[in-house]
Design a protein around this ligand. Structure first.
Ligand code: ATP
Length: 393
């Protein structure tokens, strides 16, 4: 029988429910990840206990999704989602079940789950419960719907994006019937909220398999956001820093440059990216730096900030293969003064030396920074004060 070494707080939670007579399992993503020998992001627990029982046995519990039978409990400082076995009723909006009915056993609960690899449960007593051969699909590296894919995608079209997301994050293939059903029902993706699309897209952007993103776009699944096709260069996004902001901005600006979308910032905004990412994108669209010239990189960091220059360098890297982000990092880590905050003089220092308060001080500081960019050895308070005196004359 398969054994898993669960963290103590998970074991303790399961024991508490079981000793009170409730059948309890770990289920979904955590079982999948344990079978793949990956560390689960979190542990989901499915139980025959009703929400009111869960709340009774766990003093620190929060009804985070009571409508769906989910209670979050805090055990030894760790949040754990405990969900009562359930079946989903009819889905009239293509996204959420109209009604959730509690089920009597784990088999019913596993039936409502999206993919065979996510529909495996485990308990110490019973071992693996795998009614849809998810273990087999895990070993064959296949994403397959539980049951009839057309029905499952019709019920909830977010599952289409989830299929491509798991394919990208796990490096699995999507089974042919599942692909066909997704293509047939792609118009229903319109019912999925931009927030949900955003969350799946972010996970794909951070994955190793950017060819799956290309496939997702070229199959027309993001058409609602004005994206019909994408340049093949997009694959090299996997070679740039695994940072969500850098990858999102680079992705969008590259699409704009290749005329796959009209405007990078509008595209990200429609997809509910945060304000900082959208305004960074606006800035990066305008940056023109020759990454062969170190001084231009320094000037760029001083003018636009490190993040914006790193994004611009990443786009350059994807287009030319020249590792510009590395050049930027070397300069940023050199310890040289590249920003006003690294200048060995402040506006207050200048005012104390008798410079009048106001806009002029800002202009002076920027002139000093420009000087220090080409004369790093002059970044000393005394030298900068003298320089400021001379600039005033
Ligand atoms: P990860 O945490 O790595 O994103 P996960 O599989 O844990 O992956 P969750 O979104 O946390 O993903 O979902 C937990 C489980 O709930 C899934 O493994 C699956 O069994 C089920 N599930 C989640 N979303 C759906 C859905 N839209 N339709 C059917 N089942 C779903």
């Amino acid at each position: 029988m398969t054994e898993f070494a669960l963290p103590q707080y998970v074991r303790q939670t399961i024991n508490k429910l079981e000793s009170n007579g409730f059948c309890t399992y770990i289920v979904g993503g955590c079982v999948r990840d344990l079978l793949l020998k990956r560390k689960p992001l979190d542990y989901d627990i499915a139980t025959s206990a009703l929400p009111e029982n869960i709340i009774r046995y766990f003093p620190s519990s929060y009804p985070t999704g009571l409508k769906h039978g989910t209670v979050t409990v805090i055990v030894k400082g760790h949040p754990l989602e405990i969900t009562t076995f359930r079946t989903d009723g009819i889905y009239s909006d293509g996204r959420r079940p109209d009604q959730v009915v509690f089920a009597s056993d784990i088999l019913e609960d596993l039936k409502r789950r999206d993919f065979t690899i996510n529909a495996i449960a485990w308990s110490e007593k019973e071992g693996l419960i795998d009614p849809f051969c998810g273990c087999d699909d895990l070993s064959k590296k296949i994403i397959r719907c539980v049951g009839e894919p057309t029905e499952r995608f019709f019920e909830d079209s977010l599952r289409i994006l989830r299929a491509w997301r798991f394919s990208a994050t796990l490096g699995f293939n999507i089974e042919q019937k599942t692909v066909e059903a997704a293509l047939k029902l792609k118009d229903r993706l319109g019912a999925v909220s931009a927030e949900r699309v955003h969350s799946e897209l972010c996970k794909i952007l951070l994955s190793k398999h950017l060819e799956i993103l290309l496939d997702l776009i070229n199959k027309g699944f993001l058409i609602k956001y004005g994206l019909k096709n994408t340049p093949n260069t997009l694959i090299s996004l996997s070679k740039i820093e695994n940072d969500l902001i850098i990858r999102s901005v680079t992705f969008a600006v590259l699409l704009e440059q290749n005329k796959s979308i009209e405007r990078a910032d509008t595209f990200l905004s429609l997809l509910r990216f945060d304000k900082r990412t959208v305004s960074l994108t606006r800035l990066v669209r305008k940056i023109k730096i020759s990454f062969e010239v170190p001084f231009e990189i320094k000037l760029g960091i001083a003018k636009y900030g490190l993040d914006a220059v790193l994004c611009a360098a990443s786009i350059f890297f994807m287009e030319t293969g020249v590792n510009a982000p590395q050049k930027v990092r070397v300069i940023a880590n050199s310890g040289e003064c590249l920003t006003l905050s690294q200048l060995q003089i402040t506006g207050d220092d200048l005012m104390q030396k008798g410079f009048p308060e106001g806009r002029e001080i800002g202009i002076l500081l920027n002139k000093l920074l420009l000087h220090v960019l080409s004369h790093p050895e002059d970044n000393q308070t005394e030298k900068l004060t003298n320089l400021a005196e001379n600039m005033k004359k």
